[in-house]
Structure formats: C-alpha cells, structure tokens
Design a protein around this ligand. Structure first.
Ligand code: ADP
Length: 207
C-alpha cells in the first residue's frame, strides 16, 4: 500500500509522541481534525496505527512487509476458489476434450459413479492420449488419468498460500478443493494459478 506524504507524517508524529489524540495530531499539522479523519481511518485499518478510546493513537510497530504477511495469511482457499469442472471416469477422451473447451479450464477432475474424486486429467494428458490415436471416442478417461491416492487436494479452510506452495512444489496447474466424507472426497471447487494471480493482484492493489 502506497502511503501519502501526509499519512507518512502522521505515522512519524504518532511514533514520536504516541499515544496521542487525533486533535493533537491535527494541531501539529495545522489541519482540522475533520481533514485528518480519513487518513487516520486508513492508517488504522491498514494496521499501522491502533486507536484506544480516551487514550488516542499509537504506533503498532509493524512494517509494511509484516502487515502484508498478516493479510496473506488471512486469505483462505474458499475465498478465491473457482467452480470445478468434472467428468465421469467412463467419459471418453473425446468427451473430456470437449468438456475442457466448453468449461474453459486446463484441468478436469474425474469422479467415480458415486461422484467422489477418483482422478485428474490435464491438457497434456489429453494431448498425449490423442497423438496417433484415431478413435478418441473409444478411449475411456480413467485409463489416462492420474489417479487417487496420488491426487494433490486442498480444503476450503486451508490457507491460500499453502495451496500456492503445492502448485509450485508438485509442478501442477490445478488442485481440486474437496470436502472429506466417510465414503470419499467430494469436489467442491478448484484452485489454479489464475486464482493465485487474482489474490496477488487484490493484495497489492487493494481491490
Ligand atoms: P499439463 O500436463 O497440461 O502441463 P499439469 O502440470 O497440471 O498440466 O499436469 C502435469 C501432470 O500432473 C499431469 O499428468 C496431470 O494428470 C497431473 N496432475 C495435475 N493436477 C494434479 C493434482 N492436483 N494432483 C495430482 N496430479 C495432478
């Protein structure tokens, strides 16, 4: 977050003289309390300053990096996940390719007859299966998919930063978001590199 010159001055005053009332800060800057109100609200919301009733403002001592790290750690998978696109194990490679185009995704999640997660199919899995293969209608997806238990998954309440780390560590483009039931994993969402990029932009542009 980019601070204005005035906001930086306020921080300096509070650092030196805090706890200090809004009235006193305004006096120091030769401004009215009303003029300062939005700046004080921004600095308090962003975590640079803290305010206590009848005491005034004081400096939290947190650096911009620390505040950014705190914010990232509040981002959960469920706040950024997209809708998953799933196919049945019995679907053909041809159907999977069509579903991938229609769903505008790069990774398909495969479910068994009870709708529990059983595999993952990526763009290159489908390309590989298509090379030199004339009849893609006859090749079922479960033959070419990466299957359980080798699927990397995440949960809605996981930290987004942990799923971002999984994408990097496992060198994959997408992770199914699942809910665990006693019979299997229900697919409730997906996290891809796009979701991580959106979180990054939101973090830095404060959208
Ligand atoms: P691409 O193969 O198009 O480059 P990925 O990098 O996502 O896409 O996939 C690489 C391989 O990892 C593929 O064989 C795919 O089936 C598998 N894969 C993709 N996502 C996962 C996942 N969440 N868990 C386990 N394996 C996965």
């Amino acid at each position: 977050m980019e601070l204005t010159e005035r906001q930086q001055k306020i921080i300096e005053i509070v650092k030196e003289k805090g706890p200090i009332t809004g009235e006193k800060i305004a006096e120091q800057l030769n401004l009215s309390r009303a003029t300062l109100r939005p700046d004080l609200a921004i600095l308090t919301m962003a975590g640079f300053l803290d305010a206590r009733p009848r005491v005034g403002y004081f400096y939290t001592g947190k650096t911009g990096m620390e505040l950014l790290a705190e914010k990232i750690k509040r981002y959960k998978v469920k706040d950024f996940q997209s809708v998953p696109v799933v196919v049945k194990e019995s679907a053909s490679v041809y159907e999977a390719i069509t579903t991938m185009f229609l769903g505008d995704v790069g990774t398909l999640f495969v479910v068994d007859e009870n709708n529990f997660l059983s595999g993952v199919v990526s763009r290159k899995d489908l390309l590989r299966a298509s090379i030199g293969n004339q009849d893609l209608n006859r090749v079922p997806i479960h033959i070419i998919m990466t299957r359980m238990p080798n699927i990397t998954v995440c949960k809605p309440d996981d930290l987004l930063i942990d799923s971002a780390k999984l994408l990097i560590d496992k060198q994959i483009d997408g992770i199914p978001v699942v809910k665990e039931t006693k019979d299997g994993l229900q697919v409730v969402g997906r996290i891809t590199k796009t979701n991580i990029t959106k979180a990054f932009v939101e973090l830095l542009l404060d959208e």
